[in-house]
Every structure is written in structure tokens, then in C-alpha cells.
Design a protein around this ligand. Structure first.
Ligand SMILES: *[C@@H]1O[C@H](CO)[C@@H](O)[C@H](O)[C@H]1NC(C)=O
Ligand SMILES: *[C@@H]1O[C@H](CO)[C@@H](O)[C@H](O)[C@H]1NC(C)=O
Ligand SMILES: *[C@@H]1O[C@H](CO)[C@@H](O)[C@H](O)[C@H]1NC(C)=O
Ligand SMILES: *[C@@H]1O[C@H](CO)[C@@H](O)[C@H](O)[C@H]1NC(C)=O
Ligand SMILES: *[C@@H]1O[C@H](CO)[C@@H](O)[C@H](O)[C@H]1NC(C)=O
Ligand SMILES: *[C@@H]1O[C@H](CO)[C@@H](O)[C@H](O)[C@H]1NC(C)=O
Length: 928
């Protein structure tokens, strides 16, 4: 215990508030991508990756040297990824052939040690770093291989190493992301890494300088660089690897000879499938609390092979190898360094952190109004009512059905009057089959030449909900202007508050196009990663389709990102307020413009459980505003599942209950009274914590801190936290331990070392503090309870009192939960602004308040007054202090005696009722 024994006579809780008027103007969003692409020669014909009928090279140069094949099966790197090779075919590639009892697991055909590859020329200094030329004398089996590769190495900052491998002779497609956050002026002397090169065959090693640990070792297998096949393997520093989304996985990836494909696809989450987003970034937890990350900036289809040595192989089928290594040294620094490259997340509007309700199947405004009214009548908070595609006239976006949704504009106004917001779905597919003159988004789009073209320069026609559709090319600036005009026109009739961009992989119900796709190396590359449907164009557009910047082959994975960027800036320009966009498809950098939800999750317990690693991984990818469809989208939910999902969902950074058309309803009010009470309590708990959640988003926006955070990021030296993904943290101070199993009324939860206080609604009886040495404990979790613990040393700002929207909750009295550390101190903060205005932080229109609690003797402490106009009219209604060792003799608020205080000696909780203006510095003091 050792708790409180060294406490002196008094504890002081005080707030030091200051409003900042510093103008930190964010660099205006630069164009997302820059054209740098080569027009591919789609008619050129090539063989496959080569096979049994080997090419020209002689047996002499091909045969592995003696002993080069002698290696443990775990150390093998696959030499026949593209096809099953016979011994002859394998040896023709200069590789080793050694069958094993099983076909799964280690490959039978693998690279020998020192497989002839690129030879590195001298490393010479440049203005930005160093460069070298890699040349190969012996071709591999790959068609259109580069005989020369240009390597450039730049030490971006002390913690970030940047290596690019390009073809010096042609302009290949390259992803360009704007440098979103100015990089520090680090001296290379301070670099956290050192690099070494093996010149023949080429390979490199990155070490952590402080301890010599090998972070990357690419000498384990050859570098390959051909037009449509780029490969780089590396040994990994540990088996604790996370990232490489979007997949249905646990937080730690399975390295037992698995592969993950990054190719955006409309696909309900399930194992071994490429899903909606692509994030070629992984983070490795090293054994001693340190961590590093690696990012391959490449938007082509990517396959990543994982093997248990541990090691990993990147295969990208286009572009260049643009590789960043982030040295941390701690996990949170790795994420900050990554987001310095791809951009810090946007600041969401306050209301978007409230509860959202949606369903495919609210078929009229009458139904939609009825749903919102029933939520209201049953006293469930609801900030945002949504409509799926039901609203649209013949499923065409930018229209609404005149009969079923005739009063849509009035409905939205009515919601606004009640302090609610309204969002509807917007698919990118633009109906192309309406009679000319009847559907202006298409007519205008044609005129302004905004659509993706097929290989022969005609508009590519696919099929989505409205039937035949054309697809806007958001890499074209004119398309973004047209998109904004469409949204402005629609918004002038239906004043939506945000937009939900779905189907933006983009999804199409015909493969490639209504005309199919031409035969070419883009449609059928020499090597196709394992994708759902077998072909790159499965469920989407032809690879040979032409966009402004390049082919769809190169740009496919960025479709959702480019649409999110266009939609975000359109909403910003039209509404003049903070935009809200929710996207299904994603790519690095999307967090600057949009939140993400995890798509069509099923209503079952397994999907509930895997929603946690999904949400946590998006946090690593710089998309903190994320959640899964609460209660599940596909299939019928059950009352128990939906209660547990509402409880967990109350701690998704983005919380929306969404349901599919054929299912039984799952709005909170359809369930029994007990279930409703449990859901209401979870929602009220979320609403009371919104000031805290909003402050976490502020830190995400300004310093890349994660919001929903894996335990290992906060407790990196605690081995027990490495794999935890059934629990998570909000920031560094709230631990959430949900029930994820049917029928369970208790759960084994891991509580890291320290004192943890159960957070209850203020009305509930506080529980005894939980002193943990870092172990699993059985916690009671009846159906009405989700376990939430406050970590010692933290102060959580809340607003309490019944509120059905954030408009109302933002006016409620503040309340501080103070969890004293063993030494009797605690710290917390609050970011507060208008909640809706643009760039409040960047222009200084906000307040930032810090709260500290500590021992000060009986001395009275005063602080200068702040200028907290943003907090005008708001009061501090009270506080509860956990960990007070004995009853206070008296309590002073700003020096005056407070009558309203209580103390429970069993739980060591003291509660104080107050009415202090939040806009002024205050101090609360008590003597023990
Ligand atoms: C494309 O390849 C074909 C066949 O090899 C060739 O005839 C044509 O000139 C090439 N076009 C370009 C633009 O390189
Ligand atoms: C890199 O990998 C090669 C091949 O496995 C190995 O021989 C070498 O020792 C490794 N180098 C380092 C520094 O770990
Ligand atoms: C790896 O997978 C194989 C079969 O796929 C299985 O037999 C083996 O037990 C697995 N190894 C581990 C460590 O999980
Ligand atoms: C909501 O409550 C009011 C007042 O009790 C009642 O008139 C109305 O029918 C209820 N609406 C719905 C949709 O349940
Ligand atoms: C492009 O579209 C036009 C018009 O639909 C069609 O005639 C042509 O065959 C298409 N070209 C390709 C390569 O699919
Ligand atoms: C789901 O619920 C609906 C409505 O209650 C019912 O019609 C349907 O049969 C259920 N589906 C399944 C698969 O149980």
C-alpha cells in the first residue's frame, strides 16, 4: 500500500488557466499529390515473372555456390512467390530447392545466401544526404528489371531515416504527400540510428545507436526492382509487430508464414482478406520498452510476407521504394515521427464526439423523425441523426426523393432547432444513365471533364446503387471544384452538417467496367498479390483506367484519401465551420481530413472483440476519430450483445450505432428496460467525459498523441502489456475493460502497476481503490457495468447532469475527478473552445487549463487570473478526490469555507460541492 503515509496537512487542487492568442497559422493544405508519373505503355507485351523456360543467362552464373543453400528452414526467403516451381524451374532462377513435409510454412524454393543482385557504387554526399548507384550484372528472373537503381539516403531528423530507391532512367509514379508538420532542425550527430551497407550484393543495416540493436537488416534476401515488382526483405528486431492495415487481426500480427495484402476493397471484415484501407506502416516493440516504425510510402498494391525468424518482405507492384524508418525511441515518439511525414489529425467538431444513430432502411423522413423522437422520449443522448442512401432519388447522390423525403430540408432544420446535427451518405459513383438535362451532377461533370477514363479515353462506366455510374477523378483539381459546387448546391437545399463518404475504394458491382478491361500488364501484372476476387479489378475499376496523375493501377489505394480531401475542403469552404467527414476507404494522411469507421462488421461477439484492435490500429495510422458500427451492421444483434457493444462503443473515439436493412432494429429504445438502463448509463458516462475526450483530440491534433491507446504505448516496459488488445486506454489515464464474451458477468482484466480507481457515475457508490503490482484480476462486470479505471496521478475533467445533446452537455457544470497518486499529487488539463469554429488552436481562440493537486501545507497559494472568456458562464460544480487518507477537517474554496463536503473512510473518497466560475483561477484546499 504505502499510500498516504507521507501526506502532510493539506491537499490543494487548483487550476491554472491561460488563453493563448499566439497565431500559429497552419500551413495551408498543399495540393495532396503532385503529378510525377510516367504514362505506361499498356500495349507492350511481356512474359510473366519467368518460369520453367528460363531466360538467357548461363547455368554458370545461376547455380548457387556450394553451401549457399544450407540454412534453417525458418531462414528461407521465398524465391517462387509468383508460382509453384519445379526443381528445374527453381534452379533456373539460381535458387535453392529443398522440399519439406508440408507445403504450408517455409518455402521449398528459396534464395541462396549472397544471391547475385545489385552492386553498390560509392556513397557520395549530396546537399540533402548521400546517394549511391546500384547496378546489377546478372539479371534475375523478373521481366523489365532495372539494371540500375538510384539510392538516396537522407537523415530527415534525429529520429527518422529516409531511403528512396528509384529508377534513374525513367519517371516512375511516386506518391507525393505534403510535408505536413515542419521537421525539427536536428543535427545528424544526434541521430538515433547508424547505417551500414553491404555492397555486393547490396543490402543495408540500420542500428539503434544507443544499444547497437539491429532494427533492419536487408541483407537477408535480395533487393529486386523491376517495372512491376519491387521487393525488399528485412530481419525484424522482435516478433511484436503491429500495423500493416487494414485487416481483421489482433493488435500483434501473426508471423507464422502469413501474408497481408494492402489493396482497398469493399469487403466485410473477416480474416485473410484485404479490406477497405491500406496502411503500409508497421511498428515493432523492441524487448526493452523501446520501439521503432517503418513506413513504405507507396500506393500500388502491396503484399507483405511475415515469417517467424522474425522477418518481413515487402512486395510492391509499382511506384518506387520510398522508405522511412522511425527510431522513437518510445512507441509514442514513433507515431509522432510517422505523423510528421503523413500529417497530424484534424480537430473534430465537438458535436461529432456525441452519439450518432444510423440505419440503412430509414425509408422516409417520417421514420427518421420518429426514430429521433423515440430516442428523445426515452432520454437517450443523440447528437447526430443519419440517413443512408434511402434519402436519394433513385439512389442518385445530390438528390432527394420528392415523395419519401420531400420535407428533408425541414427535417434537418427541425433537428438543428433541437441542437442536433444531421449527416447523410455520399457515394462517389455518379449516375450516368439519366436522360440528358435531368441530372446535373453528371451533365456538369461531363462538361467539366471530371470523370475517370478508360484506356481508350472514354468515360469509364461501372455499376453501383443507381445503376450505371461514372467515377470522379479527385486527383484532378477541376473535379474538386465541381465536387464542391455539387455539395454547395445540395447544401443550399439540405443544410447537412457533415458527409459520410462510402463505397470509395471505389466499389463497383461489375469487374473493371461495363465493357470489361483490356488485356494488359496493368490488368494482369506479372505478379498479383493475393487479393479477394483474384484480380486487382475485382469489385473496382480497370487498372488501365486513366486519372489525371496516373493510371488507376497506381492511384487505386488513394481514391478514398483524395475524395476525403476534396470533401473536407468543400465543407470547410461552404459551411465555414469545422468539417466532419467519415470515410470507409483510407490511406496514410487521411486523418488530416476525415474519420474512418471499420465498415460492415457483423453483429457477433467475435466482431465485437476484434473491433478493439481495429480501432487501436487506426490510432497508430494517424486516424484517431474511428469506431466500429455499434451493435454490428450485418445480421441480427441480440439484446446482450447490443448492451455490451453500446458499453464498448461509448469508448470508441467515434460512436455510431448503424444497422443493415433486413435486420431486426437495434436502436437503444427497442430493448427491455434493464438493457435500456445499461445503455443509457454508458451513454451518460461518455457524455460526462466529453471534455476529457475533446482534450485528447486536441493533443492528437497538435502533438500527434494517440486518443484510444494500446496499453503497450503507455507501459512499454511492462511485458504483460505487449499483446493486450481486449482493453485499452483513453490517453494515459483511463483504462477501459469491456466484456467481450456472451454471458460473462466478470472479466480478467490487466491492471498495470499502480493505484487504479473505478470511475462511476457521480451518483453511484465509489468502489475501493485497486492497488496493482501489474497483474490480471477478476473484475465484476454485471450487464449494467463497463469497467473504467482512473490511473493515479490524473485529474479527469467532466461535465455532469442529464443532457441529450452536446449543446446541452457543454453548459453543464464541470466536475473534476482527482485520482491522487501514492505521493498525494495529480495533474490534468482541459482544452476548451467554441467546438465548431475553424482553426481555433492555430488562431489562438481557445482556453487551455491545467489542474494540479498536491500538498502545500497550510499556506495559501494564489495564481494570476486567466482570461477565460471561452469558459464564461460555466461553473465548476464539484470534485471527487480519490485517495484521501483521512477526513478533511475543513475545506476552503478560494479561501472561503465550503459546507458541502463528504468523506467516506471505507473508500477514501472525498466529495466537494462547489460553484466556482470556470473562467477564473481557483483553488480548493483542505486540511486533514
Ligand atoms: C508501346 O509498345 C509497343 C509494342 O512494344 C510499341 O510499338 C510502341 O511504340 C510503344 N509505345 C510507346 C509510347 O512507347
Ligand atoms: C544480417 O543478416 C545476415 C543474413 O542473415 C547475417 O549473416 C548478418 O549477421 C546480419 N547482420 C547483422 C548486423 O545482424
Ligand atoms: C504455424 O503454423 C503451422 C501450420 O500452419 C502450425 O503447425 C504451427 O503450430 C504454427 N506455429 C506456431 C508457433 O503457431
Ligand atoms: C414522445 O412523447 C410524446 C409526449 O409523451 C408523445 O406525444 C409522442 O407520441 C412520443 N413520440 C414517440 C415517437 O414515441
Ligand atoms: C472505353 O469505353 C468505350 C465507350 O464505352 C468503349 O467503346 C471502349 O471499348 C472502351 N475501351 C476499353 C479499353 O475498354
Ligand atoms: C432478423 O430479424 C428479422 C426481423 O426481426 C427477421 O425477420 C429475420 O428472420 C431475422 N434474421 C435472422 C437471420 O434471424
Amino acid at each position: 500500500m504505502g499510500h498516504g503515509s507521507n501526506l502532510t496537512a493539506a491537499v490543494l487542487v487548483s487550476a491554472l488557466a491561460a488563453c493563448w492568442f499566439i497565431s500559429l497559422l497552419w500551413a495551408h493544405q498543399a495540393p495532396l499529390v503532385r503529378s510525377d508519373c510516367a504514362k505506361r505503355n499498356a500495349t507492350e507485351a511481356h512474359g510473366r515473372l519467368g518460369g520453367d523456360a528460363a531466360e538467357t543467362s548461363s547455368e554458370e552464373t545461376r547455380r548457387p555456390r556450394d553451401g549457399a543453400c544450407a540454412m534453417a528452414p525458418e531462414s528461407r526467403f521465398d524465391c517462387a512467390r509468383d508460382r509453384l516451381l519445379s526443381q528445374r524451374g527453381c534452379e533456373d532462377r539460381g535458387c535453392c530447392y529443398a522440399p519439406l513435409p508440408h507445403s504450408a510454412g517455409p518455402p521449398w524454393c528459396f534464395y541462396p545466401t549472397l544471391y547475385p543482385g545489385y552492386r553498390m557504387g560509392p556513397l557520395t554526399p549530396t546537399a540533402r544526404g548521400q546517394e549511391a548507384t546500384l547496378t546489377r550484372a546478372t539479371p534475375s528472373h523478373l521481366p523489365r528489371e532495372m539494371s540500375t537503381v538510384h539510392l538516396e539516403v537522407t537523415g530527415g531528423t534525429a529520429g527518422c531515416l529516409h531511403l528512396t530507391f528509384k529508377d534513374p532512367s525513367s519517371q516512375r509514379y511516386e506518391v507525393k504527400l505534403p510535408a505536413a508538420v515542419p521537421q525539427g532542425e536536428d543535427d545528424a550527430q544526434d541521430a538515433l540510428y547508424s547505417t551500414e551497407y553491404q555492397s555486393d550484393p547490396f543490402g543495408f543495416i540500420v542500428r539503434r545507436r544507443s544499444n547497437g540493436r539491429v532494427i533492419m537488416n536487408t541483407t537477408v534476401a535480395p533487393l529486386l526492382f523491376a517495372d512491376q515488382y519491387l521487393q525488399l526483405s528485412t530481419a525484424l528486431a522482435s516478433s511484436l509487430v503491429s500495423g500493416l492495415g487494414e485487416h481483421y487481426t489482433s493488435l500483434l500480427l501473426d508471423l507464422n508464414w502469413t501474408s497481408l495484402t494492402l489493396w482497398n476493397r469493399n469487403m466485410a471484415p473477416h480474416a485473410d482478406a484485404n479490406l477497405y484501407g491500406s496502411h503500409p506502416f508497421y511498428m515493432v516493440q523492441e524487448e526493452d520498452g523501446l520501439a521503432h516504425g517503418v513506413f513504405l510510402l507507396n500506393s500500388n498494391a502491396i503484399e507483405v510476407m511475415l515469417q517467424p525468424t522474425p522477418a518481413l518482405t515487402w512486395v510492391a507492384i509499382g511506384g518506387i521504394l520510398d522508405l522511412y524508418v522511425f527510431l522513437g525511441p518510445d512507441p509514442q515518439s514513433v507515431i509522432r515521427q510517422y505523423l510528421q511525414v503523413i500529417g497530424y489529425p484534424m480537430m473534430p467538431p465537438y458535436w461529432s464526439l456525441g452519439f450518432h444513430l444510423c440505419r440503412w432502411g430509414y425509408t422516409t423522413t417520417l421514420t427518421t423523425r420518429h426514430v429521433a423522437q423515440r430516442m428523445h422520449n426515452a432520454t437517450f443522448p443523440l447528437d447526430v441523426q443519419w440517413n443512408d442512401l434511402d434519402y436519394a432519388n433513385k439512389d442518385r447522390v445530390f438528390t432527394f426523393d420528392p415523395w419519401r423525403f420531400g420535407d428533408l430540408p425541414e427535417m434537418v432544420e427541425d433537428f438543428h432547432e433541437r441542437g442536433m446535427k444531421y449527416i447523410l451518405i455520399l457515394d462517389p459513383g455518379i449516375s450516368s444513365s439519366s436522360p440528358p438535362g435531368t441530372y446535373s451532377p453528371f451533365d456538369e461533370g461531363l462538361k467539366r471533364d471530371v470523370f475517370i477514363k478508360n484506356a481508350t479515353g472514354h468515360i469509364l462506366i461501372g455499376k453501383v446503387w443507381p445503376g450505371q455510374t461514372a467515377f470522379p477523378d479527385f486527383t484532378n483539381p477541376e473535379t474538386r471544384r465541381w465536387w464542391e459546387d455539387c455539395i454547395r448546391d445540395f447544401h443550399s437545399k439540405v443544410p447537412v452538417d457533415g458527409l459520410w463518404i462510402d463505397m470509395n475504394e471505389p466499389a463497383s458491382f461489375v469487374q473493371g467496367s461495363a465493357e470489361g478491361c483490356p488485356a494488359s500488364d496493368l490488368e494482369n501484372p506479372p505478379y498479383t498479390p493475393k487479393v479477394v476476387g483474384g484480380q486487382l479489378s475485382s469489385g473496382t475499376l480497370c487498372m488501365s483506367a486513366q486519372q489525371k496523375l496516373s493510371t488507376h493501377y497506381d492511384l487505386h489505394n488513394m481514391y478514398g484519401l483524395t475524395e476525403a480531401y476534396a470533401t473536407h475542403s468543400a465543407l470547410m469552404n461552404i459551411r465555414g465551420q469545422r468539417p466532419f467527414v467519415l470515410s470507409r476507404s483510407s490511406f496514410p494522411g487521411i486523418g488530416r481530413f476525415s474519420g474512418v469507421w471499420t465498415g460492415d462488421v457483423g453483429s457477433d461477439w467475435e466482431q465485437l472483440r476484434y473491433s478493439i484492435p481495429a480501432v487501436l490500429q487506426f490510432g497508430l495510422f494517424g486516424v484517431p476519430l474511428v469506431g466500429a458500427d455499434v451493435c454490428g451492421f450485418g445480421g441480427n444483434t441480440t439484446e446482450e450483445l447490443c448492451v455490451r457493444w453500446m458499453q464498448l462503443g461509448a469508448f470508441y473515439p467515434f460512436m455510431r450505432n448503424h444497422n443493415d436493412k433486413p435486420n431486426a432494429p437495434q436502436e437503444p429504445y427497442v430493448f427491455g428496460q434493464k438493457a435500456q438502463a445499461a445503455m443509457r448509463s454508458a451513454l451518460n458516462l461518455r457524455y460526462s467525459l466529453l471534455p476529457f475526450l475533446y482534450t485528447l483530440f486536441h493533443h492528437a491534433h497538435t502533438s500527434a498523441a494517440t486518443v484510444a491507446r494500446p496499453l503497450f504505448m503507455e507501459f512499454p516496459t511492462d511485458d504483460n502489456c505487449q499483446a493486450v488488445d481486449r482493453q485499452f486506454l483513453w490517453g494515459s489515464s483511463l483504462l477501459i475493460s469491456p466484456v467481450l464474451e456472451q454471458g460473462a458477468v466478470e472479466l480478467a482484466a490487466y491492471l498495470p502497476s499502480g493505484t487504479w480507481y473505478s470511475l462511476h457515475n457521480v451518483s453511484q457508490t465509489p468502489m475501493h481503490p485497486f492497488y496493482s503490482k501489474g497483474r490480471y484480476s477478476l473484475l465484476p462486470a454485471p450487464l449494467d457495468t463497463i469497467n473504467v479505471h482512473v490511473r493515479e496521478g490524473h485529474i479527469i475533467p467532466q461535465q455532469v447532469g442529464p443532457a441529450l445533446t452536446t449543446v446541452a452537455s457543454r453548459r453543464k457544470p464541470f466536475f473534476l475527478t482527482v485520482a491522487l497518486s501514492a505521493g498525494g499529487w495529480a495533474w490534468g488539463d482541459l482544452f476548451w473552445d467554441d467546438g465548431d469554429k475553424l482553426h481555433t488552436f492555430e488562431t489562438g481562440h481557445y482556453c487551455y487549463v491545467t489542474f494540479t493537486a498536491g500538498q502545500v501545507g497550510k499556506r495559501r497559494v494564489t495564481f494570476p487570473l486567466g482570461m477565460n472568456w471561452a469558459l464564461d458562464g460555466l461553473v465548476l460544480g464539484g470534485l471527487q478526490v480519490f485517495g484521501v487518507p483521512s477526513p478533511p477537517r475543513y475545506v476552503l474554496a478560494n479561501g472561503d469555507k465550503v459546507k458541502d463536503f463528504t468523506y467516506r473512510s471505507d473508500t477514501k473518497v472525498s466529495s466537494v460541492g462547489l460553484a466556482l466560475p470556470m473562467s477564473e483561477v481557483f483553488s480548493v484546499q483542505w486540511a486533514l
